[in-house]
Design a protein. Sequence first.
Length: 256
Amino acid sequence: MTEMITVERVGRVAVLKFNRPKQLNALNAQLAAELVETASTLDRDRDLGCFVLTGNEKAFAAGADIAEMQERTYPEMADEDYFSIWEEFSAIRTPKIAAVNGFALGGGCEVAMLCDFVIAGRSAKFGQPEIKLGVIPGIGGSQRLSRLVGRGLAMDLILTGRMMDAEEAKSAGLVARLVDDDKVLETAIAAAAQIASYSKSAVRWAREAVNRSDEVTLREGILFERRVFHSLFATQDQKEGMQAFIEKRTPKFSGK
Ligand code: CAA
């Protein structure tokens, strides 16, 4: 049983919801451990096709838990490699959509960014306010934000600590889809169900190919993509997907 994460299964989609409303879903060690354990277990379920990660109407998450960190010393933080657990969440291979209402600040913004894409409500607010606490982002914000919105805007947000509203986040490229607040979760679940309906291998390799673009040169990335494209011709899903197109019917993907 998890306390800080609730799980709801909607067909081939799992909705994981942060459950610390009084602390605006501040991300503490217990919450992170519960999230990673739950998501890792579900990741092994062959019938699961996509995660939706969400909070509540006031906050996706207002950051890492400041009260938990406040008294820590440098050796404690370094020895424990504090926040490294989030790399385990990032490494989970089932796609993840962040469904964001309210505040996504500090670690909240970073966890939204380590999902594959973000669907946000019009009143969502994003930012990396760590500078105001005498620290810097610690769950990848300095790297992922600059890749998503460009170096200049990332510097602005990280050095001033200001919040960015959902319109700005959409035009900057941090938010993929902007919808009315009360449509965020249903839009995210519908997108997740659509992803989950496709060939599991094609989805997996599409993600890996896009993620490669952050890591390697254009030439190597294109070669990787082409080799993966070739390898998908070893799947039954490729045969079924193309056959169904020719026969003008909906494909039935088996994940094989
Ligand atoms: N950690 C711990 N507790 C938090 C929290 C956080 N990040 N954010 C909010 N809370 C708690 C508040 O302490 C408060 O608790 P009490 O009721 O016990 O006092 C409760 O949640 C509600 O918060 P507020 O009363 O502050 O709510 P508000 O509506 O007035 O303000 C807010 C909302 C602007 C988001 C404000 O809560 C805020 O500024 N929060 C901190 C944001 C922040 O600095 N995030 C970065 C954290 S550091 C980090 O994330 C490092 C990293 O890179 C991973």
